[in-house]
Design a protein around this ligand. Structure first.
Ligand SMILES: Nc1ncnc2c1ncn2[C@@H]1O[C@H](COP(=O)(O)OP(=O)(O)OP(=O)(O)O)[C@@H](O)[C@H]1O
Length: 308
């Protein structure tokens, strides 16, 4: 089906029960009725402050735990009802996560060659007529690293940006079709953040990789993504085209997020200069956003906002 979304998240909820010393237990609604669709080769930003539920959403899609309600379809197939370990393995292969700390994800005792050769071999990703060496070279070229220089290096010999490129290369070596990039640039120098976003952009357009880009930074989301979902308290409060949301955020919480972007970002996003300063209303905005039980309302084609 030509217009079948690559990823479909349908009414997903997840509540954690935390044991507390004094009151027995406490429930944390990490995800509340989350729905969105994402086409192949497109990118969606999940944006929100710490604790808003972004990573839980990403981990749910990667099948890292069971959701309480709803369904998640990858390429038309439900991952929640994957029947056997073969189906689960196939899902796990197609959906790969890249994390914030590029060093922690790499084994310091192994070379780049080992990090890439292992998934290529394990997942039988060397096509007939090719060799492992040729695939290693191709995978490194996909992430714009020089194979001759890189293959025999250890993680400590690489810069942060190079390590994150290796993590992306490893996801490709596994056979990723959807990459969930969880704050992939936030531990990198400001000067190289943009180059990693550019690389992900090229993987999207040239290789058809679909991206879920998890970030607290609303202002940079539109460099990579067509659409943005702003999350607070486990719910989506605003959804729509990324450039429209950054130019003209409608929900008070989206406005608050944009107004709190540090000045450093204004250099790469001139639009931010026009955002109003909502920071003094921060507590009120958060309280009202958490209390609202209103549903998302479509205010323009493809643009949804929850009443505050
Ligand atoms: N394994 C877990 N057990 C209990 N509570 C959890 C667990 N994982 C997440 N939570 C809670 O769920 C809520 C959402 O957390 P989540 O990590 O998804 O937010 P986030 O927006 O990704 O934040 P951050 O940017 O800090 O990672 C938080 O209140 C968090 O404490």
């Amino acid at each position: 089906m030509a217009d079948q979304p690559y990823l479909e998240v349908k009414g997903v909820s997840k509540t954690y029960t935390l044991k507390t010393i004094f009151s027995g237990s406490k429930q944390v609604k990490a995800l509340q009725d989350i729905s969105f669709k994402l086409g192949r080769g497109e990118a969606l930003a999940l944006v929100g402050e710490s604790g808003s539920g972004k990573s839980t959403c990403g981990r749910a899609i990667a099948g890292m735990f069971d959701i309480d309600e709803g369904d998640i379809l990858v390429n038309g197939k439900s991952i929640t009802s994957a029947r056997n370990s073969k189906e689960k393995r196939e899902n796990a292969q197609k959906v790969q996560m890249v994390f914030q700390d590029p060093f922690a994800s790499l084994n310091p005792t192994h070379t780049v060659r080992h990090h890439l050769a292992r998934p290529l071999t394990l997942h039988k990703r060397v096509p007939e007529g090719s060799t492992l060496e040729q695939e290693l070279v191709r995978t490194l070229e996909d992430v714009e690293l020089e194979p001759d220089v890189m293959l025999d290096k250890f993680p400590h010999e690489l810069s942060g940006g190079q390590r994150q490129r290796i993590n992306l290369a490893r996801a490709l070596a596994v056979g990723a079709e959807l990459i969930i990039a969880d704050e992939p640039t936030s531990m990198l120098d400001v000067s190289i953040r943009r180059s990693i976003l550019n690389l992900m952009n090229r993987l999207k357009t040239d290789r058809g990789i679909t991206f879920l880009y998890i970030t607290h930074d609303l202002a940079t989301a539109h460099y990579l993504t067509e659409n943005t979902a702003v999350m607070y308290g486990g719910r989506i409060v605003e959804y729509g085209p990324s450039d429209a949301i950054v130019r003209d955020p409608q929900h008070p919480y989206s406005q608050l997020l944009l107004s709190s972007v540090p000045n450093a970002h204004t250099r790469i996003n001139a639009d931010f200069e026009h955002a109003r300063d909502f920071s003094k209303f921060a507590d009120r905005v958060r309280t009202e956003t958490a209390a609202s039980t209103a549903g998302l309302k479509e205010i323009a084609a493809g643009r949804f906002v929850r009443a505050a």
